[in-house]
Design a protein around this ligand. Sequence first.
Ligand code: BDR
Ligand code: CA
Length: 311
Amino acid sequence: PRKIIIDTDPGQDDAVAILLALASPEDIEVLGITAVAGNVPLPLTEKNARIVCELAGKPETKVFAGCDAPMKRKLVTAEHVHGKTGLDGPQMDDPTMPLREQHAVDFIIETLRNEPSGTVTLCPIGPLTNIATAFERAPDIIKRVQEIVLMGGAYFEVGNITPTAEFNIYVDPEAAKIVFGAGAPLVVMPLDVTHKALTTHNRIDAFRSMHTKVGDMVAAWTDFFERFDMEKYGSEGAPLHDPCTIAYLIEPQLFAGRHINVEIETESPLTLGMTVADWWRVTDRPANALFMKDVDTSGFFALLAARLARL
Ligand code: BDR
Ligand code: CA
């Protein structure tokens, strides 16, 4: 199995990503889950991460709290999408499993230094503050990263928090610039992919008909998530963004994209946080990312349903 650290701001779609990883031990070993401020403030994201681990029946999973604000900016949150708690939808009890004492950034640095070089994959599915802070503080770890597989950005699908920016990149563009410029192998799941992973009524029913606690929770979460996006976009369902990263680690052939140059806009007030993706290769800037564009949607949902049914 591939060793990963999930860096996250749960978020219903983050929660599904965590469940998919924890349900797939033959493919993925979760070394730790590092929470960051994003969809909701840090005290909620770290708590939500623990709720999800307990729901998966894996309270031994290590969960760490990281940065509570972007590197240089005020936190922007997304309660309008995820609700007040970040995991609105079903009724949930507070978690009883502990939060680890170590700071998430220290855990990321220590893990990359202690594990054999090239054997740890980072899976960021929230703003990139924890990862960039670790890279700034300990540049020696960058060359030890096997791969970064993140959810963030957009090209053809433009933006979801501003007309040109996707939420995770927009919240901490300086952090994103550091991560995209670090030189580590990078796979990006932008809105171009995730807007094809839509939770339709049939797909939500499939979760519910598992007749498990996990199935019921995922159905309630995605149902809640959907109502918000349906009103806004009138699409046939709501995007299940973050699980695309974990699905890629399990079945990479479900996704297709291009090795291209992607730069992050950090200055223009109009396009702050835009992922300037050289899709047509019209510059000579070197490729720094495998920027995905397509997903086999039915294959993705089949994988998700099969794995979640195990929990
Ligand atoms: C991203 O922003 C968050 O709201 C989601 O959890 C996802 O990581 C999508 O833009
Ligand atoms: Ca997220």
